[in-house]
Design a protein around this ligand. Sequence first.
Ligand SMILES: Nc1ncnc2c1ncn2[C@@H]1O[C@H](COP(=O)(O)OP(=O)(O)OP(=O)(O)O)[C@@H](O)[C@H]1O
Length: 264
Amino acid sequence: MISLKDIGVVFGRGTPLEKKALAGIDLEIEQGMFVTVIGSNGAGKSTLLGVLAGDIVPTFGRVTIAGTDVTRKPTTRRAELVARVFQDPLAGSCGALTIEENLALAERRGKRRGLTRALNSARRAIFRERIADLNLGLENRLGDRMDLLSGGQRQAVSLVMATLTDSRMLLLDEHTAALDPGMAEFVMGLTEKIVSERKLTTLMVTHSMRQALDYGDRTIMLHGGEIVLDVSGEERKGLQIEDLIAMFRRIRGQTIDDDELLIG
Ligand SMILES: Nc1ncnc2c1ncn2[C@@H]1O[C@H](COP(=O)(O)OP(=O)(O)OP(=O)(O)O)[C@@H](O)[C@H]1O
């Protein structure tokens, strides 16, 4: 269970530029739940992810992951609990290292780093198997440098890296936004497969309303640092994108910019 209790984040507190990015978020996510997060620009999505990942210490409130209070634990100290895939395919892996070296490092996430012990033949066999599951033929290129891969291939490997160890939470930060539509769909299919097979508790930020409804079990919408919509179960199953837009307009009493929330 992931629990956020009355989480507030105020940037530049006490200055003329003071900005309340999160305004008292209460959110509980059960183990194995896949939550999609939408919201217009500046709604607080990245800040929410930052609070969960440990990049941002909330101004007030409490974060617990699987019973551990992590509110003040920096990213490095919660690495065993939280895995993350970023929007930029270059951000989640090291281009100068080979695919298998990246996997070896990912496996040591949160532990003492080192390649020698990790890269024995048993580890190599496991890496080969996980990479072969991608069906991209990359299992024959484990010795290739990461920077030789396309953005989509690299993002697929990043997903394997993020889920190599048993984290308590997977954070997906618009992880298909930089990919072409075909590759984005492939990576989303892969995401769904990995998340359901490994029963991962997942939070995915997306600007695509279609992705938000097509994947996962629950959708939350942020606006002005607050959760303005939280749908799951039968209510969510019956929702169309048009309904989502209408609900947003009703809740906020305003129109939304289609550039901010992508319909597709
Ligand atoms: N480090 C910071 N210092 C000051 N203000 C910040 C900082 N980070 C974010 N903000 C502000 O906090 C608010 C929420 O930002 P956040 O990045 O969480 O929104 P978002 O929903 O992720 O938006 P986008 O879809 O554009 O990425 C915005 O008004 C933003 O300008």
